[in-house]
Design a protein around this ligand. Structure first.
Ligand code: SF4
Ligand code: SF4
Length: 359
């Protein structure tokens, strides 16, 4: 593992020099800007037509056919779309603050519950960047298709936040992550190889989702939305087998932290790629690394590797902070002398060099 893979950084995050990879990531995101502006222009020039006025009318159909009053819901007002964006930014901002400055998990818990209520049950899982991946992919190949600005913003902002601060969207703003987080009762550690190999499946799913989204309009399918295992809970209705899958994932999620996020979420795959370049990744310790290994089993998502939070898989949940003696010292929970005792007790077992020598 390289420094770029983990929260480990030279001089404990004091080195702020941009690496070539980070610069490249910024350029890639900037390259998306013309696309975003073009989409915005396309969308604002499109007239909204209700299907009720364009579909075959009663006279065309004949018989006793009665035209339903509403065949397509009205678009959400601009103000309410703005509210969605503001809450998205506020949620990610609060989590970025909580993991980088405040280092308080209760803030993340509050955001998690708020997002579950608003983006989950109130907004019924829509708009969401996971599904937006398909809209964006389809609009790139189909000039007839324009993506609503709010969808585009929801797709891009969590990626930008991941580039800056790590996966703060996953920390508690995403309703799919939130619903799995609240059921996590007794997390157990999985062997690292399960995360490594099982985690590849989300990239396969991402590839399939893009493939189906870019097919010609008549064959196009948005499989991420079609097979979303949790949206049925938010809408209180859904296909039986899909609701069953959601229940199964939540039951598994009581002991295995966020199975959908770790193994299935296609947008999580994109976030994992972007967060590898993040400028201020999550670090378990507030300042100087101790390498004592006390945090090693604290992560329910298998994101601690070689005593560091791994950038691509760390979900910015803040659970590991409380296990760090340096953090406890900052909070005034222990004295300096306790740190030395804890470190000397733990070091022989956790020191990678000692472990290697023992093998
Ligand atoms: S991995 Fe996917 S489902 Fe999980 S929190 Fe992140 S975006 Fe949401
Ligand atoms: S517990 Fe794991 S996922 Fe949560 S912040 Fe720490 S390393 Fe990241």
């Amino acid at each position: 593992m390289t420094n770029a893979d983990c929260g480990c950084n030279m001089a404990n995050q004091k080195d702020r020099t941009w690496t070539a990879r980070q610069l490249m990531a910024v350029l890639v995101l900037l390259a998306l800007l013309p696309y975003a502006l073009a989409q915005a222009q396309d969308y604002t020039h499109q007239e909204y037509t209700r299907q009720a006025t364009t579909a075959p009318q009663v006279d065309d159909i004949g018989g006793d056919y009665a035209l339903p009053e509403v065949q397509q819901s009205l678009p959400r007002s601009v103000w309410l779309q703005g509210l969605d964006v503001i809450l998205l930014i506020a949620g990610m901002g609060a989590i970025a603050y909580a993991v980088h400055r405040g280092r308080r998990r209760w803030v993340i818990t509050v955001v998690t519950l708020g997002s579950l209520a608003y983006f989950g049950f109130y907004r019924q899982g829509c708009v969401c960047p996971i599904g937006a991946t398909q809209n964006v992919a389809a609009s790139i190949v189909d000039p007839e298709l324009a993506v609503p600005m709010v969808v585009l913003v929801f797709f891009l902002l969590p990626l930008l936040a991941a580039l800056l601060f790590g996966r703060v969207f996953c920390g508690g703003v995403c309703p799919l992550g939130a619903i799995q987080d609240v059921v996590l009762l007794r997390p157990m550690q999985l062997p690292a190889w399960i995360d490594r190999w099982g985690g590849l499946f989300k990239y396969v799913y991402l590839g399939l989702a893009i493939w189906f989204a870019v097919l010609p309009a008549e064959q196009r399918d948005f499989i991420i939305c079609r097979f979303d295992p949790f949206v049925g809970f938010f809408r209180m209705t859904g296909v039986a087998w899909l609701m069953g899958l959601g229940v199964a994932l939540l039951l598994i999620g009581t002991v295995i932290g966020r199975p959908y996020c770790r193994f299935l979420c296609p947008y999580g795959g994109l976030l994992a790629i972007v967060s590898r370049f993040s400028f201020w990744p999550v670090s378990i310790t507030p300042d100087e690394e101790l390498d004592c290994g006390l945090c090693v089993d604290s992560c329910p998502f298998g994101a601690i590797e070689d005593l560091r939070a791994k950038r691509s898989t760390c979900l910015a949940c803040g659970r590991c902070f409380a296990h760090c003696p340096r953090q406890q010292l900052k909070w005034g929970q222990i004295e300096l002398v306790d740190i030395e005792n804890l470190v000397s007790e733990q070091k022989p077992a956790s020191d990678p060099a000692t472990a290697k020598a023992a093998k």
